[in-house]
Ligand binder design. Structure first.
Ligand SMILES: Nc1ncnc2c1ncn2[C@@H]1O[C@H](COP(=O)(O)OP(=O)(O)OP(=O)(O)O)[C@@H](O)[C@H]1O
Ligand SMILES: [Mg+2]
Length: 231
């Protein structure tokens, strides 16, 4: 479904990605892992079109999207939940949710009940400013916003980072549900090993700007973890 081939990216003259290769198979959850600063976020930002590669190609369902602007990639079916959530703090929850739909040219009403059933707190807090929500609630808002665009591929950058355990569980449940429904593929950046092992079908591990190990999640052995993930 998503294929990343030989992506190279430089920022301010230094090469950050040195030839990233991996795939997200259709209707599966792939976990992109790696220590801090190895280029995970840079990879996701390149997939969504916020950064431009100097080499390499990105293909979504057989269509090359590498040179499309971010909004066209969203329309092609990419939903993105960025690291740090990036909701609009001065807009209400409702307005934050609307923005996702506008980006994809869809009406909000269709998917809204579903988002409320996944994250009931959002219904209660519709008129509140996004900035008044807790970190976990903002994460739920960011995921809800992405889901309203009905993506083919949902991309999440460390959704559990800095979030209290009960909300981590809720986010885990949501990802599990989406996986079971089998309507979308998921690319998840995650540092929590247990979370990744429980939810992912496959993994790819990055080190210094390249994927150094990948395979089905059963192949994420202690030896692989020791070599590439333990700090
Ligand atoms: N805008 C930028 N300007 C300069 N350097 C950058 C920029 N963005 C990222 N980098 C550098 O690129 C490298 C990869 O960063 P990136 O954010 O992709 O890593 P990451 O794997 O997502 O890390 P983390 O686990 O901390 O989120 C780092 O060395 C970082 O300092
Ligand atoms: Mg990151």
């Amino acid at each position: 479904m998503l294929s990343i081939e030989n992506i190279e990216v430089s920022i301010g003259g230094s090469q950050i990605l040195r030839g990233v290769n991996f795939q997200v198979p259709t209707k599966s959850v792939t976990c992109l892992m790696g220590r801090n600063g190895v280029g995970k976020t840079t990879t996701l930002r390149t997939i969504t079109g916020l950064l431009r590669q100097s080499r390499g190609t990105i293909t979504l369902d057989g269509r090359e999207i590498s040179s499309l602007p971010p909004e066209e990639r969203a329309r092609a079916g990419l939903g993105f939940v960025p690291q740090g959530r990036e909701i609009f703090p001065h807009l209400t929850v409702e307005e934050n949710l609307q923005i996702g739909c506008v980006a994809r040219g869809k009406s909000m009403s269709g998917g809204l009940e579903r988002v409320f059933s996944l994250f009931p707190i959002l219904k209660e807090f519709m008129p509140r400013k996004g900035g008044m929500l807790s970190g976990g609630q903002q994460q739920q808002l960011a995921i809800g916003r992405a889901l309203l665009t009905e993506p083919k591929l949902l991309i999440l950058d460390e959704p559990t980072e800095g979030i209290q355990p009960n909300v981590i569980d809720q986010i885990g449940d949501t990802i599990r549900l989406l996986r079971e429904e089998g309507k979308m593929s998921i690319l998840l950046v995650e540092q929590y090993l247990d979370f990744a092992r429980e939810l992912a079908d496959g993994f790819a591990i990055m080190d210094r700007g390249a994927v150094v190990s990948h395979g089905p999640i059963a192949e994420l052995t202690d030896a692989v973890i020791q070599e590439h993930l333990v700090v």
